[in-house]
Design a protein around this ligand. Structure first.
Ligand code: URA
Length: 422
């Protein structure tokens, strides 16, 4: 294989053969294709896109770069879930035990946050004792006995993706629909579940700012999953404003527990029910999860899921020593609250990391004391900024300048679920 010639061909707009794609990805994973050559190829892909055949070969090569989880020992139907990431998105924490409480197993391999959107592992690590490092043996045993596991992916699952993502991150090639689709779906296919529910976020706080590219990404992922024998459904959901009232690691865990115990904000409850019901349907159940949430009956499963990974679900969560209130300057209706600005504020307050491997502050983040559509009076507290380090409060507040608007009339309600693809 002449890698330089292959890069030039892709850059000129020609399609590569599946065998060439498999060769170059296997070579890169083994260290035989240089990072500078792979960087050039990634940029050519970002520029030219990929045909269906190229994307299928690319994704298959990423799956084949490592192990596939064998979930055949799990007696229940198995349904996985993935979110493209948003601000205040703690849905996985809620739906994993919720869906498992209906007898459908949920193996959720999660990652850490980078930038303005938080990572599920970072959130759960705010629970004293909890660990997301689970051996393959314990993963299978917990999935079978408890029904839900949320853990970090082992290094042997789609290792090509880990190498490629690190390169994409520093070469301006993250934002390519085929590269995102293959990255996400290679991990889902290698994860071994027979079905997967995808939640692609759309809006200011998401990877995808508008519906058209989000639909294109969703279509590509549903087709890749289906072609690999994984029943795949994708919801496009709004991420213009933060989801729920809590943004930040321990703050989001507390809100997830509130929802599992029958409380919580209506937007978060509505999305959890929509996602859980799609997962139940994928698992062969016609039941709805709404009553289980209202009755708090899935909380017992949360306790077992957290306890199985060393966590103490009854231990107090870390509390920030420094809290600053931000007040409304005028009376009226909160007409907008920008998700990305709130995510950036939470990040600046210490809840997120600037580089892989940085520590995160468990108790840092933003609490919304009002959500879009609510009536407020001048002087009311709109937001609480939580920080472990008082020096971060100014940066958090600065990130929120111009983040909201107050008007005379409530905006028309924007639907949370925008579209469903299957
Ligand atoms: N999430 C992933 O796992 N991969 C991407 O490329 C983008 C988001």
């Amino acid at each position: 294989m002449n890698t330089a010639e292959l890069i030039a061909r892709k850059a000129s707009g020609a399609a590569l053969d599946p065998s060439e794609i498999r060769g170059v990805l296997a070579g890169f994973t083994a260290g035989n294709v240089a990072p500078e050559q792979m960087s050039a190829l990634l940029m050519a892909v970002r520029w030219r896109g990929m045909t269906v055949a190229e994307l299928s070969a690319w994704t298959g090569a990423m799956v084949d770069s490592g192990d596939r989880l064998d979930l055949s020992s799990v007696r229940a139907p198995v349904v996985d879930k993935h979110s493209s990431g948003g601000v205040g998105d703690k849905v996985s924490l809620i739906v994993a035990p919720l869906v498992a409480s209906f007898g459908i197993a949920v193996p959720k391999l999660s990652g850490r946050g980078l930038g303005h959107s938080g990572g599920t592992l970072d959130k759960l690590e705010s629970i004293p004792g909890w660990s997301g490092t689970v051996s393959a043996e314990d993963f299978l045993a917990q999935l079978d006995a408890v029904g839900a596991v949320i853990a970090g992916a082992s290094a042997s699952l789609a290792p090509a993706d880990k190498k490629l993502y690190a390169l994409r991150d520093v070469t301006g090639t993250v934002e390519s629909i085929p590269l995102i689709a293959s990255s996400i779906m290679s991990k889902k296919i290698a994860g071994g579940a027979g079905a997967v529910l995808l939640d692609v976020k759309v809006g200011s706080g998401a990877f995808m700012p508008s519906v058209d590219p989000a639909r294109e990404l969703a279509r590509a992922m549903v087709d890749l999953g289906t072609a690999a024998g994984v029943r795949t459904v994708c919801l496009l959901t709004s991420m213009e404003a933060p989801l729920g009232r809590a943004v930040g690691n321990a703050l989001e865990v507390a809100e997830a527990v509130e929802v599992l115990q029958g409380g919580g904000p209506p937007d978060l409850i509505a999305l959890c029910v929509a996602v859980a019901d799609e997962m139940l349907a994928l698992g062969g159940s016609e039941r709805s999860s709404a009553a289980a949430l209202q009755e708090g009956s899935a909380y017992a499963l949360w306790e077992r899921m957290i306890g199985a990974q060393g966590g103490d679900p009854s231990a107090p969560l870390p509390q920030a020593p420094h809290v600053r209130e931000v007040r409304a300057g005028a009376s009226g209706v909160l007409t907008s609250l920008d998700a990305r600005a709130v995510g950036n504020a939470s990040w600046r307050l210490g809840a997120g990391r600037a580089a892989p491997g940085d520590d995160v502050a468990a108790s840092a983040g933003v609490l919304l004391r009002a959500q879009v559509g609510e009536q407020i009076l001048a002087g009311d507290v709109l937001l609480e900024l939580h920080a472990e380090d008082a020096d971060r409060l100014d940066a958090g507040e600065h990130a929120l300048e111009s983040a909201w608007s107050i008007g005379d009339t409530a905006p028309p309600p924007t639907p949370l679920i925008l579209e469903k693809l299957s």
